[in-house]
Design a binder for this molecule. Structure first.
Ligand SMILES: Cc1ncc(COP(=O)(O)O)c(C=O)c1O
Length: 449
């Protein structure tokens, strides 16, 4: 370890509070100083190479320090770095919206900018709430959401999330919402989609008139452990929303921009939500930016004379930031020009076969599933019953540390391990990830037996 590496670690441990971590863990496992990125690789201050197979929390879409995105931002930084977005606009936001109009589900025609995923969820909730109020549906005060859903960490976003890990402490601060039991095809492999749809229908029957919106992560519940539900369930939720005049908010923050094999997860179910949230991959993981897309119908409910007081009084300082817009423009240009989503689809087929044949035969690997390039495995104590290991063992965390020591950033969610790499990752890098993950998993499993 070189001196610089140690200095960085010591300073970090003393003063910096990292996201979603028990900081006591950092006493024997301090933060790893990273000084460079290239493609799917990160380089540490002591010269080690780490393969980032989780796209740095799923945002890095086209590799670290992608030349085209870096150049676009550098050029932008010398032209216009930022401008207030109230009463002002700029060509990069306009060009980005022109591009978004060509890729988002048809019918989404208005775009409101924010600066991270959670703040776009807050915005979506407020738009839905105010929309219902302004069309005379003042009794619609509640939101519906799915069990084990995750939409971010701010109070509104937490309120429509269902994960105790993040929510429990803050329940007294949160809104009271309606939680629909989503199909969990891992915990209850026998559950039928029809049964889940019936449960959703029952909720709509009872609460349909008091709901302003239903918010979902379409197809993939990421933070819950990359749970995947079928497009038929999404379509059924869409139909219920239409029937009960409830707005559908699609949180595509983790699924957008090709992660699921299509531009957006909603495309699999051929639906246009009323409101859609985009973030993470939109800038290739370069800049914090989010966009809330809505339909004409929603937008029009906010138009009126100033004195009517129907405007959407919501703002973020960095709304429409030109650097982020330029990054996003470069991302969309590369995705389109190089047919990245189609190519990732081909690679996804290869990877899912390899992933399954590598891990499925292991005694303690239960369900293996995939969507796009996302591949997931569940570590279980007993394969037949799907019984998990005791969480006190922190098996996922141990595998995480071991894999890191071998040069792979594989950040499990509990005992759920997954790959969610950049879409342009090469086969040889995926082979390397499979090899290291296999080694880390089998070695840790051997130790606990
Ligand atoms: C589906 C979903 N919604 C919202 C968020 C929150 O985004 P951010 O971390 O940018 O606030 C995330 C982050 O992982 C997410 O996966």
């Amino acid at each position: 370890m070189n001196a610089n590496y140690k200095e960085l670690q010591d300073f970090d441990r003393k003063y910096i509070w990292h996201p979603a971590c028990q900081m006591k863990d950092y006493e024997d496992f301090p933060a790893i100083p990273v000084v460079k990125g290239e493609g799917p690789y990160l380089y540490t201050a002591d010269g080690k190479e780490i393969l980032d197979i989780v796209s740095s929390w799923w945002c890095n879409l086209l590799g670290h320090c992608n030349e085209e995105i870096s150049d676009a931002i550098a050029k932008q930084a010398k032209t216009l770095e930022h401008v207030i977005f109230a009463n002002f606009t700029h060509p990069w936001a306009i060009d980005l919206v022109k591009e978004l109009l060509t890729i988002v589900p048809k019918g989404l025609t208005h775009f409101n900018f924010a600066d991270n995923g959670s703040s776009s969820v807050e915005m979506a909730l407020k738009i839905a709430f105010q929309y219902q109020h302004q069309i005379g549906q003042k009794q619609r005060l509640k939101f519906a959401c799915l069990s084990d859903g995750y939409h971010g960490e701010t109070i509104g976003a937490l309120s429509v999330g269902s994960m105790d890990l993040y929510n429990l402490m803050y329940k007294p601060m949160m809104m009271d919402n309606i939680h629909i039991e989503a199909p969990d095809l891992f915990e209850r492999a026998d559950v039928s989609i029809e049964e889940s749809i019936e449960k959703a229908r029952a909720v709509f029957k009872e609460h349909g008139d008091e709901l302003c919106a239903l918010i979902v992560e379409p197809l993939l519940q990421g933070a819950a452990g990359m749970r995947i539900y079928p497009k038929e369930y999404l379509k059924a939720l869409f139909d219920l929303c239409k029937e009960y005049k409830v707005l559908l908010i699609a949180d595509e923050i983790a699924t957008g921009f090709g992660r699921t094999g299509k531009w957006f997860a909603c495309d699999h179910a051929k639906i246009t939500p009323d409101i859609m949230c985009l973030s993470k991959a939109i800038t290739g993981g370069y800049m914090p930016m989010s966009v809330v897309c809505t339909t004409d119908e929603v937008y029009k409910a906010f138009l009126g004379d100033y004195k009517d007081g129907v405007a959407f009084m919501h703002s973020h300082t960095y709304a429409g930031n030109p650097l982020a817009c330029s990054a996003a423009l470069a991302v969309i240009r590369v995705l389109k020009r190089d047919n990245i989503i189609e190519k990732a689809g081909e690679m996804g087929k290869w990877l899912s076969e390899k992933f399954e044949s590598t891990f499925k035969p292991l005694d303690n690997v239960g369900q293996v599933r995939h969507l796009g390039l996302i591949n997931v495995l569940e570590l279980v104590k007993d394969k037949k019953s799907n019984k998990r290991f005791s969480s006190d063992l922190r098996l996922g965390y141990r595998i995480y540390k071991r894999a890191l020591s071998y040069g792979l950033l594989l950040r499990p969610i509990g005992d759920t391990l997954y790959f969610n790499p950049p879409l342009n990752i090469k086969k040889e890098d995926l082979e390397k990830a499979l090899e290291i993950a296999y080694r880390a998993i089998t070695e840790e499993l051997a130790l606990i037996k």
